[in-house]
Design a protein around this ligand. Sequence first.
Ligand code: 13P
Length: 249
Amino acid sequence: MRMPLIVGNWKMNGSLELVEQFGTAFAETGLPSSVEVALIPPAPYLAAMQAALAGTPVALGAQTLSPEPKGAHTGEISAAMLDEFDVRYVLVGHSERRSMYHEDDAAVLARAKAALAAGLVPVLCVGETLEQREAGQTEAVVLGQLEAVFDGLDDEQRKRLVVAYEPVWAIGTGRTATPSQAQEVHAAIRARLGEYDGDLAEKLRLLYGGSMKADNAAELLAEPDIDGGLIGGASLKTNEFLAICQSAG
Ligand code: 13P
């Protein structure tokens, strides 16, 4: 069985005050032991979040990393630096990085490799735009983004990833994919993973992201190939995010 994973991606939102609120909320409210939870604040809050989450089972994540190990890369953050703050998960290939910061498939692969080399778990984000969906290209786009990374890794490395399907048209729009729309793409991803290795397909966790909220999480998570969620807006409110975590239990 794959343990459900609920990940909150704050994007460029939040504050030190919100970090404290989440620390208190998780310390006071138990999580189901059958669910894994991670929070991804903006990088300046990693140390504070690490302290706030100490003693809770919630893991820490980062939103991006440099593919380079160190050196003259102003503004960048290395995998080894993230590791110093006990970061476990790091997003690679988020659609906002792909579209606004021009990260192509090669850049995503380089980041995934840098994360793996430091012992971090890359959460590879894939997803189609509305235009691509309407043109019937969803599967080709999503599997293309998947293969661009998985083809560049060896068998042992592939097993250490998490994949998040985030249809671009559902991110921040309030327009969630229906459970069957999401399941269809998740099943295609799992089938493609099976072509690499049956055990990989069986064990790798596939998260859904895109306007997931407390009131639609349960029906999405009930689908057989949806193993968790990557949550943006709804991860900024303690009650809402905790309710999603509970519904995954
Ligand atoms: P929303 O949940 O705000 O749609 O964001 C999803 C997302 O992009 C998480 O990485």
